[in-house]
Design a protein around this ligand. Sequence first.
Ligand SMILES: Cc1cc2nc3c(=O)[nH]c(=O)nc-3n(C[C@H](O)[C@H](O)[C@H](O)COP(=O)(O)O)c2cc1C
Length: 197
Amino acid sequence: MSEPYVLVLYYSRHGATREMARHIAQGVERAGLEARLRTVPAVSADCEATAPDIPERGDLYASLDDLAGCAGLVLGSPTRFGNMAAAMKYFLDGTTALWLNGALIDKPAAVFTSTGSLHGGQESTLLTMMLPLLHHGMVMVGLPYSEPALSATRTGGTPYGASHWAGSDSSQQVSDDELRLCQALGERVARWALKAR
Ligand SMILES: Cc1cc2nc3c(=O)[nH]c(=O)nc-3n(C[C@H](O)[C@H](O)[C@H](O)COP(=O)(O)O)c2cc1C
């Protein structure tokens, strides 16, 4: 059997959510588990368009086996009109086989997002990203207020998951508080994944 890992699965168009994923992976590894970073291909209005099996750069695309085999999941997407991006929803809509055989039941999961504006839907995105994971029987993990950054932050960071305010031109770096909360979220999912084994 392969070593346990936490799947950090994200979609990112401009890189902000990808940067958060890196910090979350550090938290996972700090808790003693491998972090497997995977992304999903963009979807296109042109039904003829297909992405190559292997992306030209960056993390590999996730397979259903990556998801089925994980000990825990941290799922990230940019906010699009207050919700997750279509690319991530499309990937999740293809996971019926895993739902049918209960592959994700009782595994810990958490969510993260990046937005252009501070009040542009971080919390609605995080809460709605939880819904398919709850249908899969996953156990949601959030961020407790024992994390000092949750009260101190002047940018992103919520009890529902990690978040980042990238700014309307995506120029804002992940702040120190956002970074601490990304790492704490990864660490928490990894700790629960180890307990659940
Ligand atoms: C179609 C579309 C819809 C968006 N909707 C929102 C939104 O509802 N609220 C918000 O704050 N930002 C919104 N944004 C901005 C992105 O959430 C923001 O740029 C994010 O940081 C991108 O993450 P990425 O760098 O990982 O791609 C939207 C962007 C696009 C392209």
